[in-house]
Design a protein around this ligand. Structure first.
Ligand code: GDP
Ligand code: MG
Length: 594
């Protein structure tokens, strides 16, 4: 690309609440700059992972170089697409640190949402130039005046500074490009020695670890020997380049530029997101700020439905980890058989990993109830418990992780949201009007309550009009107990949960009722019980019955009969033997949703 002058470079990201149009806007910008070959076009060029496209979310940040031609010359724009979900806040914050400016995209039909704020605060912490953009003005339900007022109020800008666009039709997108050139400052460099921030890393089976990096100082060229200042690993650069949007090798990445670096590494741990790369010859003294270890917050046991697939599961997890340094797993042995205790950044992250294991590796899995990490005082020592069935019967104190949740909703739903937060053991910290119509509520809540069905409940009680986000706080002591489920007297460890004592009865009751519905009748009676310690708190019985789904087909229709038997066989594969009773996977999943 022809632009070499740092003064003609602009690095920016797009931040927004999920579905407000980041990826669509990025695509329109690609259309208006360097042309993308028509045959390479897909909807949403930037969302490359299949799963991302299907779910319409951005999991990994991406970086694309655009050439914007104007009358006053050519401008190099580096666009960094960020994941918008709370589980990936760390990646968002690193991507933001690689930029000087941010487009704050807000859906004109929805206004400011929780992740709009969360991402805005991250961008403000890094002193980015914020360019407010109202998107989807083509929608008949767009309320441009109301959304404008909210942005004016939030950012303290003039109404005229808010760009009004449709990423779908392309209206106003050229002005966005021009505003980036005019308002976002060019990159500044401060030192001679090379410092590059790694803001994303992924594993490519052919090229090894590919890292996206922003050069703050100095240069990186093919053939350089470099080192990661955090992991202290040393390696040679096999290739450097940029995406435009296809990977394009370059001789050198210069100060202020964004691009990729490849060192043939086989392990993503060697060059993690947030690390600083410097040259071994004449190294920098200080790394760039902000390297943090990302710790999993949600845990579950993953078990293959077929016992001999344990090794395949191990292999699949290790492959996924190449791409996802935040994924944690270790072997675990329980009555469920051999499996892995796995740790995730959040519920969405957990779902994505499970889906990828099933889809990309063809595994059939059972996941135990998700749990947070508890701190437990017992026998004068502190232990960490991520598997509810590991909670000792006697302990002196148990502490749970807390979060500060921000919820935004229309004012008519405030009562419903407060009620829900109260049920989830939340403590109100504040309430503020964003506009005459919409309110921001802040609550401190146990993370364990948030990871169950908080999001679904919030959506259904506010007819989909509320959004939320949270920050982690520390640990707090609480009166928590373990609820165990017994089927025919055998504990089903995967269904053990840790809950507040006040909720134990309710949760235990709900669990056994659901299981009663879901456990197929056997040719003997099956008692299903919930217990706290040795005390049974709820009991149901699955009555004896010989199950034959084809009984409904009165002889005649053979093909229908075959189909039913086929289905029944399919269902069988997803069952797990517990003692003498087969429990279908749906029962485990249903337990997660109670
Ligand atoms: P992201 O999650 O922020 O990346 O959002 P996407 O770019 O994936 O957009 C979410 C949805 O909104 C998609 O169905 C888009 O087609 C749609 N969308 C994005 N921009 C516009 C727009 O300007 N107008 C309309 N009508 N729909 C849009
Ligand atoms: Mg997207």
């Amino acid at each position: 690309m022809a632009v070499k002058n740092i003064e003609r470079t602009r690095n920016f990201c797009i931040i927004a609440h999920i579905d407000h149009g980041k990826s669509t806007l990025a695509d329109r910008m690609l259309d208006l700059t360097e042309a993308v070959a028509e045959r390479d076009r897909m909807d949403q060029i930037l969302d490359t992972m299949e799963l991302e496209r299907e779910r319409g979310i951005t999991i990994k940040a991406q970086a694309v170089r655009l050439l914007h031609k104007r009358e006053d010359g050519d401008w190099m724009l580096n666009l960094i697409d960020t994941p918008g979900h709370v589980d990936f806040t760390y990646e968002v914050s690193r991507a933001i640190a690689a930029c000087e400016g941010a487009l704050l995209v807000v859906d004109a039909s929805q206004g400011i949402q929780a992740q709009t704020l969360a991402n805005l605060y991250l961008a403000m912490e890094q002193d980015l130039e914020i360019i407010p953009v109202l998107n989807k003005i083509d929608l008949p339900v767009a309320d441009v005046p109301a959304a404008t007022e909210e942005l004016v109020e939030l950012l303290g800008v003039d109404e005229g500074e808010i760009l009004k666009i449709s990423a779908k039709t392309g209206e106003g997108v050229l002005e966005v490009l021009n505003t980036i050139v005019d308002k976002v400052p060019p990159p500044a460099t401060s030192g001679e020695q090379t410092r590059a921030l790694v803001f994303d890393s992924y594993y490519d089976p052919y090229r090894g670890v590919v890292s996206l990096a922003r050069l703050f100082d100095g240069e990186l060229s093919k053939g350089d020997t470099v080192q990661a200042m955090g992991s202290e690993e040393e390696f040679e650069l096999l290739e450097v380049g940029c995406y435009s949007p296809k990977p394009t090798a370059l001789p050198t990445l210069r100060p202020g530029e964004v691009g990729y670096i490849i060192a043939g590494l086989k392990d993503i741990e060697a060059l993690r997101v947030g690390d600083t790369v410097t040259r071994t010859k004449d190294p920098a003294q200080e790394p760039l700020p902000g390297y943090a270890e990302v710790l999993p917050t949600v845990f579950c046991g993953l078990y293959p439905t077929v016992g001999d697939e344990f090794e395949r599961l191990r292999d699949a997890l290790s492959k996924l980890q190449l791409n996802d340094a935040s994924l944690f797993y270790e072997p675990e042995n329980s009555r469920m058989g051999f499996g892995f205790r796995s740790g995730f950044l959040g519920l969405l992250h957990m779902e994505i990993v499970q889906e990828r294991l099933e889809r990309e590796f063809g595994l059939d899995l059972i996941a135990s109830s998700p749990s947070v990490k508890y701190e437990v005082e017992t026998n004068g020592e502190t232990i960490e418990v991520t598997n509810p069935s590991d909670l000792p019967e006697d302990f002196d104190e148990i502490r749970e992780p807390m979060v500060r949740a921000t919820i935004i909703c229309p004012k008519e739903h405030v009562g419903a949201v407060m009620g829900l937060c109260h049920e989830k053991r939340g403590t109100s910290v504040g309430m503020e009007y964003l506009s005459p119509k919409r309110v921001q509520l802040t609550y401190d809540m146990p993370l364990g309550e948030v990871i169950t069905d908080f999001f679904d409940a919030l959506k259904s009680r506010t007819k989909g009009y509320a959004s939320y986000d949270y920050d982690r706080l520390g640990y707090e002591a609480a009166d928590l107990v373990k609820v165990e489920v017994l089927v025919s007297g055998d504990p089903v460890e995967a269904l053990s949960i840790i809950v507040h004592r006040d909720k134990a009865y309710h949760r235990g009751r709900a669990l056994v009722e659901k299981l009663k519905e879901l456990i197929p009748r056997q040719n003997f009676e099956v008692p299903v019980q919930a217990a706290v310690g040795r005390r049974i708190i709820a009991r149901e019985t699955v009555r004896a019955y010989r199950k034959d789904v084809t009984a409904k087909c009165y002889g005649g229709d053979i093909s229908r009969k075959k189909k039913l038997l086929e289905q029944q066989k399919k269902g069988k594969r997803r069952m797990k033997q517990v003692g003498s009773v087969e429990i279908p996977q749906e029962a485990f999943l249903a337990a997660l949703r109670i």
